[in-house]
Structures are given as C-alpha cells and as structure tokens.
Design a protein around this ligand. Structure first.
Ligand code: ZZB
Length: 263
C-alpha cells in the first residue's frame, strides 16, 4: 500500500503527555509531529481531529531531518527506517515512548484543515496496531469510521473520558461531493445503513467500501486548491502540494508481510 503520511505538529501536549515527556529534555529543541497514514490526501481540508488507540504504545523517533521527531508505532518506525525516513543507516533513534491514552487531548495542527486553530487527539476503539502508523487523521464527512467514532464521542464524552471542548464545534466539513450522496457521504451512508456506533464493524466495512468507490469515481472537489476538479485528478495534486510544503511524505507498507517481530 502506498500511503501519504500527514505530519500533525504538536501545538499543546495533554497534561499527561506533558508530564511524561518532561523527562526527555532533548524534545524541547525539536518539532514533534503525530504522523498519520492516509489513502485520502484529497480529504485533508476537512480534518476535524486525530485518533490514537488507547491500548497502543507509541515511540518518539528522530526523523531523517534531525530537527523533527515523529510519534508512531515502533512497527511503523521500522518500516520508515527501511525507506530512508530515519537518520542514517536505517537505524532507529528512539527518544522515548508514550501510551496512546496519554496522547488523548493533545492539540495538533492538521495541515490544510478548515479547522486552522488546531484539532484534538481523541480515542477510537478500532485503531489497528498492524496498519499505517497507529495514528489516524479523522475526516468524518468522508470516512464512515471517523463519523461513527466522532458521533460516539460527542454523545458520551464522559464515558470516553474526553473533555466536551475537544469535540464541540468540530463538525464534519464539506470537501467532496457526489451526485448520489451530496457533500456528506459518510453521514449519509451511516444514516442509510442505520449504523448506530463505531461498534457496528460489519456495516462500517461496507460503508467504507462504498465511500471509497463513490468518492474516487464520482467525487468532485468542493473546496481547496483544486476546487471543481474530479477527485481522480485532484488526489495526486493535493498529495504533491502537502509533500512540497513539508507537511507530508510518501510511505509504503508491504501488505500482509511481517517486517518486525518485536512490535
Ligand atoms: C483519512 C481518511 C479520509 C481515510 C477518508 C479514509 C477515508 P484501509 O482503507 O483499510 O486500507 N487508517 C490508517 N491507519 C489506520 C489504523 N492503524 N487503524 C485504523 N484505521 C487506519 O485503511 C486506510 C484508511 O484507514 C486511512 O485513510 C485511514 O483513514 C485509516 F475520507 O485517512 B484514512 C472511505 C474511507 N475514507
């Protein structure tokens, strides 16, 4: 799989993360990014938040650009090292580690997002340790999984242990429109398929399939630098734009191949 990795710069650590990371003085001089792997760079204009897995463990890894540190799973860091994304020689340079739970509530900058003041790291049940970086950027207008999870968090912020201000005001934002589903394909599919929560895994898998196909073959950009162009046309252009701005990089992942035995 050829992903685009989006660099979400940390603006404010959560209290817990701040306490944990105070023990690593080297971080003070670095820019730290949560790095999210996506197949949909063209949707980045509508990012509302970012997801981490509360049961996952993340590392802070020095990137090839030594001013920068990436927060990803160790498995992803190893894959990155094979792709010359870490310092010389394919070695990992790990500055520390942090739990997904501690990351919740951290404020990050989401490149291109209409939420320009930053978005929050929130918990999601279904973040897989075995895919991408373990960090997922959330686009509830176009991703049924993201819509269902964000809606759960808004309904039950207490239960999920998050502060209401981390989700209030962060509504799905229009980015792509299709003639069949309008400009909010994920909410439309979740309603049509009666998806009640992020726990409806089977229905969500079907909704995701439909959203991918509809978006790719029939989608038109409604906002941003390539407004009016088809998604097929705009997708590689948005990707290049993000990469040229230093907000993203290419990241490939061999499908079904176990690279790391330790992770
Ligand atoms: C933003 C985005 C916007 C995504 C969208 C999808 C959609 P796939 O399809 O299964 O190969 N993702 C990335 N890493 C993880 C992970 N570790 N655990 C769970 N989900 C993850 O997976 C690729 C997509 O799954 C990625 O693209 C990411 O969400 C998420 F509008 O990034 B995407 C219809 C989907 N729309």
């Amino acid at each position: 799989q050829e992903y685009t990795c989006i660099k979400l710069e940390v603006l404010d650590w959560s209290d817990l993360a701040g306490q944990t990371l105070a023990a690593i003085p080297a971080l003070a001089e670095k820019k730290v990014f949560l790095v999210a792997a996506t197949l949909r760079p063209e949707t980045m204009y509508a990012q509302t938040n970012c997801f981490a897995g509360t049961k996952l463990e993340y590392g802070l890894f020095q990137s090839a650009n030594t001013d920068e540190v990436y927060v990803v799973t160790e498995r992803a860091a190893r894959n990155m090292a094979f792709q010359s994304l870490s310092p010389a020689g394919g070695q990992l340079s790990k500055l520390g580690s942090i739990s997904g739970q501690a990351l919740i509530g951290t404020k990050v900058n989401a490149p291109l997002s209409c939420y320009t003041g930053g978005v929050y790291v929130l918990p999601m049940d279904n973040v897989l340790a075995t895919k991408g970086t373990g960090i997922v950027t959330s686009v509830p207008s176009d991703s049924p999984d993201d819509y269902a999870a964000l809606r759960d968090l808004k309904k039950k912020s207490d239960y999920y242990g998050i502060q209401p201000e981390w989700v209030n005001g962060f509504e799905p934002a229009p980015v792509i429109s299709t003639s069949t589903y309008g400009e909010m394909i994920a909410p439309a599919l979740c309603e049509q398929m009666k998806i009640a929560s992020q726990k409806d895994r089977d229905q969500l898998a079907k909704a995701k399939e439909t959203a991918y196909k509809e978006g790719f073959y029939n989608g038109v950009m409604g906002v941003g630098d390539f407004k009016g162009q088809s998604v097929q046309e705009a997708k590689p252009k948005v990707r290049e734009l993000l990469i040229s701005q230093g907000d993203a990089f290419a990241y490939a992942e061999p499908e079904g191949v176990v690279i790391s035995r330790s992770g």
